[in-house]
Design a protein around this ligand. Structure first.
Ligand code: 13P
Length: 250
C-alpha cells in the first residue's frame, strides 16, 4: 500500500507571535506544490495565530502535547484535546522524549494522553525512541516494544488504525547525529512488525515517521527507505526553506 508521506514540524518552545506567523505564512505559500502532507506544531499559545496564517492552505495544524484529562475542569496550566480541536488542530504529538525525560511522562501517562487525543478526534503522533545508554546496552528493541505496547494494549483496532508513530532515537535529537537510513529502516520495520502482530492491514497503512536531526541533505536518503513514511522535524522546521526542502524530498 502506498502511504502518503507526512512531514511534520515540531517547533518546540520557539519563536514569537510575529516570527511564528511569518514562518507559517512562508510555508503556507509553498505548500500546495508538495506531494507530502505538511503539518506544523507551534507552541500552544501561538496555535490560533499560526492557524490564521495557514488559513486556506493545505498545511495542517497540530499541537505538541495535550492534557490526559478529557473533560474541561480544574486542571491549572493544562490544555485538553477538545480545546486543540476548537482552535483548528488535527494532530497532536504525544510522548516526545523531551516530555518523557524532562517532564516525567511515563508510558502510562503517554497511553492516557493518546486515549485523550483519540477521544477528542485528534490524530496522535506517538513518539518512541531509545536513549544512547539504552542503545549501548542492547536495550533498543525492548525499550521500543515497551513504549509501543503501553499504548497498543489500551487501543481498540479502530483506535490503532488512527495512530501515526514517530521513531525518534534520543541520541539523534538536536545533536546533528542522524540515524543511518539502514538503521531507521530496521527500526521502522520492527515497529511495523509490532503493529502487524495486532493487525496486518493496519500495519500496512500506518505512517511511521523518522525524527532526529533530519536536514535537507539527509532527508531524501531516509525517506527512500520503504518503511520511512516521512519525518518529524525539529530544528530544521524553524526555517521555511529547510522545512520545504525536506518536504520536497519526501
Ligand atoms: P531535531 O530535528 O532538532 O533533531 O529534533 C527532532 C525532534 O525532536 C522532533 O520532534
Amino acid at each position: 500500500m502506498k502511504r502518503r508521506p507526512l512531514i511534520a514540524g515540531n517547533w518546540k518552545m520557539n519563536g514569537s507571535q510575529a516570527a511564528n506567523a511569518a514562518l507559517a505564512s512562508e510555508i503556507a505559500v509553498a505548500a500546495g506544490t508538495h506531494a507530502a502532507e505538511l503539518l506544523v506544531c507551534p507552541p500552544a499559545v501561538y496555535i490560533g495565530t499560526v492557524g490564521a496564517a495557514l488559513a486556506g492552505s493545505a498545511v495542517q495544524l497540530g499541537a505538541q502535547s495535550l492534557a490526559e484529562q478529557t473533560q474541561p475542569g480544574a486542571f491549572t496550566g493544562e490544555v485538553c484535546g477538545a480545546m486543540l480541536v476548537d482552535v483548528g488542530c488535527r494532530y497532536v504529538i504525544v510522548g516526545h522524549s523531551e516530555r518523557r525525560i524532562l517532564f516525567g511522562e511515563n508510558d502510562a501517562i503517554v497511553a492516557k494522553k493518546v486515549a485523550a487525543a483519540l477521544a477528542a478526534g485528534l490524530t496522535p503522533i506517538l513518539c518512541v525512541g531509545e536513549t544512547l545508554v539504552e542503545r549501548d546496552n542492547g536495550l533498543e528493541g525492548a525499550v521500543l516494544r515497551r513504549q509501543l505496547h503501553a499504548v497498543f494494549d489500551a487501543c481498540s483496532p479502530a483506535q490503532l488504525a488512527e495512530l501515526v508513530i514517530a521513531y525518534e532515537p534520543v541520541w539523534a535529537i538536536g545533536t546533528g547525529r542522524t540515524a543511518s537510513p539502514a538503521h531507521a529502516q530496521a527500526v521502522h520495520a520492527l515497529i511495523r512488525g509490532e503493529i502487524a502482530v495486532r493487525d496486518a492491514k493496519i500495519a500496512d497503512s500506518t505512517r511511521i515517521l523518522y525524527g532526529g536531526s533530519v536536514k535537507p541533505d539527509n532527508a531524501a536518503a531516509l525517506f527512500s527507505e520503504p518503511d520511512v513514511d516521512g519525518g518529524l522535524i525539529g530544528g530544521a522546521s524553524l526555517k521555511s526553506a529547510e522545512f520545504l526542502a525536506i518536504a520536497a524530498a519526501a
